[in-house]
Ligand binder design. Structure first.
Ligand code: B1M
Length: 237
């Protein structure tokens, strides 16, 4: 039986090869993808952050740990998304301009895919105009923004302003998250919802689709998708 503590250790030590090997073995033995993420991989990155704060780790170590996390996560991602449901809605997601942290954002994107959303992932360091263009061209229902740096957090507000200027603010709901973000900040910048976790963001996105007040088409599409998920679950697939 694989010792999952080795997964955490490999990420903390920035050993991508070992992280991938342990994750692969654990999945082959039937470990739950979410268990790996929530109980071993995220705590590993928390420890890396602590070591950085204590000046035991510097940027190169952060990069190596980030790469190890990514390697294991790339194995898990398809498993989270493989639920075979029809699209619940369309989401454009990205880490805001000036911010290169993409691990948390990738988790949110994977959870949204797992919840049946069509996800347009613009990556990290995303300009407000890129969010706006994607909402327009892909007819998105939700804009999801992640931020990890206090200095660049205001770009969330800039993005919301850009949506307003493009006449799109009433057509989309905006969800925000990331370590320095709070409900108070969400309210302050005029976003619609805040979540402190990736899975919470997916639940909120689902709620938005079924309870959206702006247009009936949101509720209709969301209800259909949820019915599909319920049917799939009943069939034991
Ligand atoms: Co940097 N970094 N980093 N970093 N880094 C932090 C964020 C920091 C807190 C470390 C510290 O000082 N303790 C600090 C920020 C301080 C601040 O502003 N308050 C910091 C700093 C200072 C920096 C640099 C400035 C360092 C430097 O160069 N001197 C630099 C900035 C570069 C830039 O972005 N312009 C920098 C660079 C980097 C790396 C590139 C080396 C690397 C990122 C690699 C990558 O992402 N590909 C890195 C890393 C790895 C970290 C830490 C160690 C780990 C971040 C992480 O991936 N966490 C981080 C310390 C820490 O977090 N403890 C740190 C795991 C991830 C799963 O959590 O992203 O919080 P998180 O996501 C969570 C929730 O927040 C939520 O869901 C996820 C899981 O449930 N969530 C959402 C996230 N987005 C959401 C969106 C939602 C909803 C929920 O709705 C849309």
């Amino acid at each position: 039986m694989t010792d999952l503590k080795q997964l955490k250790k490999a990420i903390v030590e920035g050993d991508a090869k070992q992280a991938v090997e342990v994750a692969k073995a654990a999945l082959a033995e039937g470990a739950k993808p979410l268990d790996l993420i929530q109980n071993y991989m995220i705590p590993a990155m928390d420890e890396v952050g602590k070591l950085f704060e204590e000046e035991e780790y510097f940027v190169p170590e952060l990069l190596l740990s980030g790469r190890a996390m990514r390697g294991a996560f790339d194995l898990i991602r398809p498993l989270l998304a493989a639920q075979g449901v029809q699209p619940t809605g369309r989401v454009v997601i990205g880490t805001i301009q000036g911010d290169l942290h993409d691990i948390g954002k990738n988790l949110v994107a994977a959870m949204l895919e797992g919840a049946g959303f069509e996800v347009y992932d613009l990556g990290a360091d995303v300009k407000p105009e890129a969010f706006v263009d994607t909402v327009k061209t892909k007819n998105c229902d939700i804009v999801a923004m992640s931020a990890m740096l206090t200095v660049t957090m205001p770009k969330m507000k800039t993005t919301i302003e850009a949506l307003k200027a493009a006449g799109l603010r009433d057509k989309v709901k905006v969800i925000v998250g990331g370590a320095p973000i709070s409900q108070a900040y969400c309210d302050d910048i005029g976003a619609d919802a805040y979540s402190d976790t990736a899975s919470g963001a997916a639940v909120i996105a689902r709620d938005i689709m079924v309870g959206h007040k702006v247009g009936a088409q949101f509720a209709e599409r969301g209800e259909k998708a949820l019915a599909g998920i319920a049917a799939t679950a009943k069939g034991g697939k």
